[in-house]
Design a protein around this ligand. Structure first.
Ligand code: HEC
Length: 103
């Protein structure tokens, strides 16, 4: 019997690729991916060069608290409320975990 890579084989390969997508599978790498969108304002690796606060190397609990504060409107902000609304608790957790490790 010949074992080719027919449609069923292709389906298996596609399923394997989806399985390695960063959906909470590896908190650290997904935290890093999520954090990339923060760096456009907060500076490369979160080390802000100007008036926007730096977000690298801060306590994980601090980042989580501030992000949730922004999201819920408890902390007043210009842009962060809108940005924080785009993230779930789990995503904020992995973002904060990653940012805390960036020196
Ligand atoms: C469009 C620009 C922009 C982007 C993108 C952005 N921020 Fe901010 N961030 C700000 C500004 C401006 C402030 C100051 C508060 C305000 O006015 O919104 C701030 C404040 C913060 C603070 C408070 C820091 C402190 O020391 O008080 C945290 C934490 C933070 N941002 C995290 C993030 C994270 C995490 C992301 C990515 C998910 C992100 N920010 C993306 C502009 C941005």
């Amino acid at each position: 019997m010949k074992l080719g890579y027919g449609p069923a084989g292709a389906g298996l390969i596609a399923a394997a690729l989806i399985a390695v997508a960063p959906v909470g599978a590896q908190a650290e790498s997904s935290g890093r991916n999520l954090a990339l969108s923060c760096f456009s304002c907060h500076g490369p690796a979160g080390k802000s060069p100007d008036s926007i606060p730096a977000i690298n190397g801060k306590n994980k609990a601090f980042i989580v608290k501030e992000m949730i504060g922004f999201r819920d409107g408890k902390r007043k902000s210009t842009v962060m409320q809108r940005i924080a609304k785009g993230y779930s608790d789990a995503e904020i957790g992995s973002l904060a975990g990653y940012l805390a490790t960036v020196k």
